[in-house]
Design a protein around this ligand. Structure first.
Ligand SMILES: Cc1cc2nc3c(=O)[nH]c(=O)nc-3n(C[C@H](O)[C@H](O)[C@H](O)COP(=O)(O)OP(=O)(O)OC[C@H]3O[C@@H](n4cnc5c(N)ncnc54)[C@H](O)[C@@H]3O)c2cc1C
Length: 429
């Protein structure tokens, strides 16, 4: 039987200190509140910006599992219905090859691969879902000045909205402060970072032909272009180019940019017109060396910051919140210390198992599809042809998007058992 945690609760300001009131930090606070675990959430941004975040150009593809978690957290019903766009099919083009690789939800038992929604809608819904909750204390406009962790306590020194300095203490601290997490660095946890030397330009565009709820990923020499189908005759456009070119393209006037996108798409969506601002993001993928330490855990992009091409970042953030939240709820019921490594370690194991293959797989795909050498082009062609002819592989990818809980590979036909043969030079008993 685990020993019941008998620390002096009066020495703590809360049960869990969460740094970062982004989508991951707020989702964790909401999850913990359902288990009656108190949290203080600190964020550098002011309350008005957190409550009504401005559009940031990101449109987020949500898997079915993420949707299930969002429903449970009361986020889903807070998303404006007319902003939720179904994703029926995804099509991958390699250069001007007219035979694309197609994915749809057939065989998965679902009608769609997932849904798309603007990131600022997710942030706003996350903020609304924690309002008025007695177990959650969000402190906007709060700057973290330093943190310390000892055997008994995790503490953070910060400057609040009133300019005063305060030190907050809890048995556990969770960093959800973005892929460039300062808290991660302060806690002495390193991270593998991959700077792709590329940037994405993201924006919304209107078009005269319907998008049919089909996403397009087009790999061209020197750049890739993704089109994510949104509602109301609009799509989200994601252009990936080397960072020097991106900076120059970002300065193009709206008409030049729209004409370029239209030409790259071969006018498949008719006449394109820009809607709103263009946003520029440098592409840096991040994978923390550890997700937990005594009295400390990393979630969201602070743990795993994905390249956006496979649309996993926020989805992974929610999966991690689900796992960590369940462990902490179980620890609370059992009277265990929320910050002990014994409680946190299974999160590390499960989240690594979930994210590690996709993180490295995504980076490998990005490497292959952004290499303009003749060999890479030939390999891309081969990968697309092979993937198109392997229904099991396509179903596996589709199921990864459409599963509602933990992932299982589709069952393969049973292979005949081969007799075991001794290898030359080895003796077998
Ligand atoms: C172009 C693009 C497209 C994307 N598309 C998808 C997609 O289709 N699907 C998907 O799942 N994901 C996608 N993502 C990823 C997704 O946007 C992120 O994974 C998600 O926003 C991460 O949420 P987070 O809460 O972990 O971090 P963030 O959203 O970065 O929030 C961090 C919060 O911490 C606060 N903070 C930072 N430092 C401090 C500090 N020192 N003190 C206090 N507060 C601090 C910040 O103010 C912020 O509020 C995309 C990303 C990009 C760039």
């Amino acid at each position: 039987m685990p020993r019941r945690f008998a620390a002096n609760a009066a020495a703590f300001d809360t049960d869990v200190l969460i740094i970062g009131a982004g989508p991951s930090g707020l989702a964790l606070a909401r999850t913990l509140a359902d288990a009656k675990i108190r949290s203080i959430v600190l964020d550098a941004q002011d309350a008005a910006t957190l409550a009504e975040p401005p559009p940031d150009g990101r449109d987020i593809a949500l898997t079915h599992r993420a949707q299930t978690i969002m429903r449970r957290l009361g986020l889903w019903e807070r998303l404006p219905a007319d902003e939720l766009a179904p994703l029926r099919e995804a099509v991958v083009y390699n250069g001007s090859d007219p035979r694309p690789l197609r994915f749809d939800a057939r065989g998965s038992g679902e009608d769609e691969l997932g849904h798309l929604v603007a990131n600022h809608c997710i942030r706003r819904a996350s903020w609304q879902a924690v309002q008025g909750c007695e177990f959650i204390d969000v402190r906007p406009a709060t700057r973290v000045l330093g943190l310390s962790i000892d055997a008994e306590t995790a503490s953070v020194r910060c400057r609040g909205a009133d300019g005063g300095e305060v030190t907050l203490r809890a048995p556990l601290m969770v960093a959800a402060d973005s892929r460039f997490s300062e808290a991660r660095r302060h806690a002495g946890i390193g991270a593998q970072m991959r700077d792709f030397g590329r940037s994405v330009i993201v924006c919304r565009m209107a078009h005269t032909e319907p998008n049919q709820a089909v996403a397009q990923e087009c790999f061209h020499t020197g750049h890739t272009l993704a089109v994510l189908p949104m509602n109301g005759g609009e799509s989200s456009i994601v252009v990936t180019v080397s960072s020097d070119v991106a900076a120059a393209m970002h300065r193009w006037d709206d008409e030049t940019f729209a004409a370029w996108v239209q030409q790259q798409l071969g006018s498949r969506l008719g006449t394109m017109t820009l809607r709103g601002a263009r946003h520029l993001y440098p592409l840096v993928a991040v994978y923390a060396q550890r997700f937990v330490a005594p009295r400390f855990a990393l979630i969201g992009d602070a743990a795993v910051g994905m390249h956006p091409v496979t649309a996993h970042g926020y989805n992974f953030g929610l999966y991690g919140v689900e796992v960590l939240g369940a462990l902490l709820a179980g620890a609370r019921r059992a009277g265990r210390d929320l910050g002990s490594l014994g409680v946190l370690q299974p999160y590390e194991t499960r989240h690594r198992r979930e994210t590690w293959p996709v993180y490295h797989g995504t980076n490998a795909v990005v490497g292959l599809f952004t290499d303009d050498s003749e060999t890479a082009r030939w390999m891309r062609e081969a990968v697309i042809r092979v993937a198109d002819r392997l229904p099991v592989l396509k179903l596996a990818i589709t199921q990864k998007l459409t599963r509602r809980s933990g992932f299982t590979w589709p069952s393969l036909p049973k292979l005949p058992t081969l007799p075991t043969l001794p290898l030359p030079g080895r003796r077998y008993q």
